[in-house]
Design a protein around this ligand. Structure first.
Ligand code: ADP
Ligand code: MG
Ligand code: MG
Length: 513
């Protein structure tokens, strides 16, 4: 008999220990900004008319178990992933051919491409792009006759609004604090985990250094104004503290001023000089103009962000500006699920086009099987899998969307497909479900404890700054590339989705085993 993948964990808690932990978690979280704004369903406007209340972000009581080798694998491959996706973002012809497959069946992707084409015809004024990426994985176990392989499989690669860097740094500090104060009881056999088992996520400092790298590479002001960074945000935003942690670090550690600009106000609060320099005026001090070096998008990734009609004009306005975009439209498109599928389809020639030879085997190792739903041979085979109720049990269907809440899981797939026109099937990709090893934990959400089986998803952040292709450098040039900390998100094993913002998951940190 093979040994279990994980030791028995977490230690049992009696009522007194649970309430002691809960008190500590609640206080520490608010004191350190491991917090979110409450859901409006919980707080009526009469209770909190000025929106001052904050609440503990959903967190796990214990750091969840994670194989050390998998953690190291995810971290060490991040710079290869950064290279890969920045190379894709620099290859407009190739991306154009992918987008072509979605034209007419995915209006959002089509519209993004049109914005890019408009700016291209005018001539781009900025050759630098910043990527603050996050590559997401789950642990995959392959049982062999006398042994087993334990490795990471990629869930997806995010090129826009990769969130939770702020909270991820805080939650690993929280779990290390709880351990240091002795709030965690030992296991029955007397064993316990130590601080060295809980890696500290450095995402706040590291992602912020990425923004600073872009800000610096932008060069001197073209307009004799002070330079700033813009965080383009949704309004309202419950996950505001996650973003604020980066903003505060920018000012405190680097002296760089950042402003939060709601997507709907772009055209009111910014304008372009004749040379496309982006100027910003904050409503709180309307006599001062700032020159924007970098626009960091924490909005604009979902069609829901473009409802009033002005947002497409706003996206075009930002794209044509001289500011460095994090991300550019091409980089945003490089992150769509179709690209991930095309790379992962067996015998795909595409990886060789973008990745270094040495990186390819390591990248391939992390790919889970993903199929197209078009009329290619692979697509026709995938269609029959998707329509087979039993086979669909092990599959997830994804449209080209971000932010959680968009996928169709398992047995719901056949019915979903039959309910939409067949011509729209190719707008989705079909992926094998990754089934990580079972473990237990306790999630605190809105003050309630949820105990039981959980599933963990590791996110590894990456920073990449690059220059687009020029006559001298037809493939462009990567200027900065580093791994930038980690996130663990944990959800109950009964829920399909794991997005913390979408309301199903919790932020967590790794207890390496
Ligand atoms: P999004 O861009 O909306 O976050 P994802 O591809 O990350 O889309 O899917 C959302 C969630 O669905 C993931 O966080 C994960 O919990 C679950 N999921 C997606 N793909 C898989 C998969 N292949 N195996 C297991 N779970 C998956
Ligand atoms: Mg995503
Ligand atoms: Mg995701």
């Amino acid at each position: 008999m093979k040994s279990p993948i994980f030791p028995k964990y977490p230690p049992a808690l009696d009522d007194t220990q649970t309430s002691y932990l809960l008190t500590n978690i609640k206080d520490w979280s608010i004191a350190h900004g491991l917090a979110v704004r409450p859901q409006s369903a919980f707080i009526s406007a009469t209770v909190d008319p000025s929106g001052v209340l904050a609440t503990t972000a959903p967190v796990t009581i214990f750091p969840s178990l994670f194989p050390r080798s998998c953690f190291e694998q995810g971290r060490s491959i991040q710079t290869a992933y950064n290279r890969l996706y920045s190379a894709i973002a620099r290859d407009e012809d190739w991306l154009g051919s992918i987008v072509q497959e979605l034209v007419g069946i995915d209006d959002f992707i089509t519209k993004l491409w049109e914005v890019h084409m408009t700016v291209k015809q005018e001539g781009y004024t900025q050759s630098l792009t910043l990527g603050l990426f996050r590559s997401d994985y789950m642990v995959h176990v392959e049982e062999l006759e006398n042994s087993r392989n334990v490795g990471l499989k990629q869930v997806e690669f995010n090129t826009i609004a990769s969130s939770f860097g702020g909270l991820s740094s805080k939650v690993s500090t929280l779990h290390r604090y709880l351990l240091r104060t002795g709030a965690y009881p030992a296991n029955k056999d007397g064993s316990s985990f130590t601080e060295s088992s809980i890696p500290q996520s450095q995402a706040i400092a590291s992602l912020t250094r990425g923004l600073v790298a872009a800000h610096t590479a932008y060069g001197p002001s073209k307009s004799d104004k002070n330079l700033c960074i813009i965080f383009l945000v949704q309004e309202p935003e419950r996950n505001v503290f996650d973003q604020r942690h980066l903003e505060y670090e920018l000012l405190e550690a680097h002296g760089v001023r950042a402003f939060r600009l709601p997507f709907a106000r772009v055209l009111e609060e910014t304008h372009l000089n004749d040379d496309k320099t982006l100027l910003y005026t904050s409503p709180h001090a309307s006599d001062i103009q700032w020159e924007v070096t970098t626009v960091y998008l924490r909005a604009g990734y979902s069609p829901d962000d473009y409802l009033s009609g002005t947002e497409w004009d706003a996206r075009l306005h930002l794209e044509r500006s001289r500011a460095i975009k994090c991300p550019s439209i091409l980089t945003h498109l490089a992150g769509c699920k179709k690209v991930q599928q095309v790379l992962a389809t067996p015998h795909s020639p595409h990886l060789e086009r973008f990745a270094l030879k040495d990186d390819i085997p390591r990248l391939l190792d992390t790919f889970a099987p993903i199929y197209p739903l078009d009329k290619s041979q692979a697509g026709l085979e995938a269609r029959s899998l998707a329509l087979n109720t039993e086979r669909a049990q092990r599959l997830v269907l994804k449209p080209q969307r971000e932010g959680g809440g968009n996928n169709v899981y398992r047995k719901a797939i056949p019915e979903f497909l039959k309910g939409i026109p067949e011509s729209h099937w190719p707008a989705h990709i079909l992926m094998e479900m990754i089934e990580p090893p079972p473990q237990d934990n306790i999630i605190i959400r809105n003050g309630e404890l949820q105990r039981g089986g959980v599933i963990c998803e590791l996110g590894v952040y990456g920073v990449c700054l690059w220059e687009s292709s020029t006559d001298e450098e037809p493939k462009g040039r990567v200027l900065e590339n580093w791994e930038a900390g980690y996130l663990l998100r944990t959800k109950g094993d009964q829920s399909g989705e794991g997005g913390v913002a979408a309301g199903f998951g919790a932020v967590d940190s790794c207890c390496l085993v």
